[in-house]
Design a protein around this ligand. Structure first.
Ligand code: GLV
Ligand code: MG
Length: 346
């Protein structure tokens, strides 16, 4: 095992020092762009003003015979677009694919100084993170990149879920994780044909009470995995995300799935379609009424300890900490979203 004192040492001479804490960034949605399509690339400067993160996708959904065009398109986006405070991420191809090595070498070589995060698919264990960590340090040193490029793992294999804690703590370069429900379903042998969301047959039946109709209650297929991911991420100071929701026509179900993830601790989700941008914005920004109540808790307990009653509900050190999570998030949202800043009174 690596000595604790070596954990934060750069892995290559000339590479930047790893971050001790993640940069504070608003990342309510990671918006996927297919960079090989000229029309979609042309929309990126506009998108940058609407979303928190733009991600150029190189992996699944990009046809095998268009992988090189997608890579060239990603480099063009990195060179041409002014991202301001919006994040610029890529999803590279999986480490066992023929494209992964050149994705990293060419994209980091060309636009590594503008790239915030590399999303790494199909992560099985800490060894995948260590490999990319070392390679990135070498490339950062070669190209004199001053800001470390972070790694975001997709949790989408049974082995990855088994190793989720070790993946989270594999490197100070880790940014966070996203649930990858489509690949995870395949890897686990789940009997579904969907990208995320629930399934009508995954349900419990109310007790038989003599009446003909027994109520069914649909359960959340992803609850277990999201819970494990949230605990692994927060224990290591990382950010957990819900991933994709594939039924673009069912905005209500998308919102419900995103909201469950938000309530459980996730900070954002993927948007694969323009309608999902507004859903993610509304779900992953705290509700102004909740922010107002959280502000009252903080004001009632200025030093964060003791117990007070507000509207008949007990508040103590633990609810003060919950209130702080809410108000801190509202401040970050307010810094990028003037409409919500007004609603929060910030
Ligand atoms: C995402 O990559 C997924 O497999 O769901
Ligand atoms: Mg996948």
């Amino acid at each position: 095992m690596k000595l604790p004192r070596n954990h934060f040492k750069p892995l290559a001479i000339g590479a930047p020092e790893p971050f001790r804490d993640l940069p504070v960034r608003l990342e309510r949605m990671i918006h996927f762009v297919p960079p090989h399509i000229d029309k979609m690339r042309a929309k990126v400067p506009d998108l940058v003003r609407q979303v928190d993160v733009v991600l150029a996708n190189l992996e699944d959904a990009i046809p095998a015979d268009q992988k090189l065009e997608a890579r060239a398109g990603t480099i063009a986006i990195g060179k041409d677009v002014d991202f301001g405070s919006t994040g610029f991420w890529i999803r590279m191809n999986a480490l066992n694919s023929p494209w992964a090595l050149d994705d990293v070498i060419e994209i980091v070589g060309a636009v590594g100084d503008r790239l915030d995060v590399i999303m790494l698919p199909k992560v099985e264990g800490p060894w995948d993170i260590h490999y990319l960590d070392q390679l990135l340090a070498q490339l950062e040193a070669r190209h004199a990149i001053a800001k470390p490029i972070l790694i975001h793992a997709i949790l989408e294999t049974a082995e990855g879920v088994k190793n989720v804690e070790a993946i989270a703590s594999a490197s100070p370069r880790m940014h966070g994780m996203s649930l990858g429900p489509a690949d995870l379903a395949a890897s686990r042998g789940m009997k579904t044909t969907r990208v995320g969301g629930g399934h009508p047959d995954y349900a419990v039946l109310a007790d038989a009470s003599g009446e003909a109709h027994r109520q069914r209650f649909q359960q959340d297929l992803w609850h277990y995995t999201v819970a494990r991911m949230v605990d692994a991420c927060l224990a290591s100071g990382l950010k957990p995300f819900y991933g994709p929701f594939g039924d673009f026509s069912d905005t209500a179900a998308c919102e419900a799935q995103f909201r469950n993830a938000f309530l459980m601790g996730c900070v954002g989700a993927w948007s694969l379609h323009p309608t999902q941008i507004a859903i993610a914005k509304s779900v992953f920004s705290p509700d102004p009424a909740e922010v107002a109540f959280a502000t009252r808790i903080i004001e009632a307990m200025p030093n964060g300890s003791g117990a007070v009653m507000i509207d008949g509900k007990m508040q103590d050190d633990a609810t003060w900490k919950q209130a702080k999570v809410m108000v801190d998030l509202a401040r970050i949202v307010a810094s990028k979203d003037p409409e919500r800043a007004t609603a929060y009174g910030l």
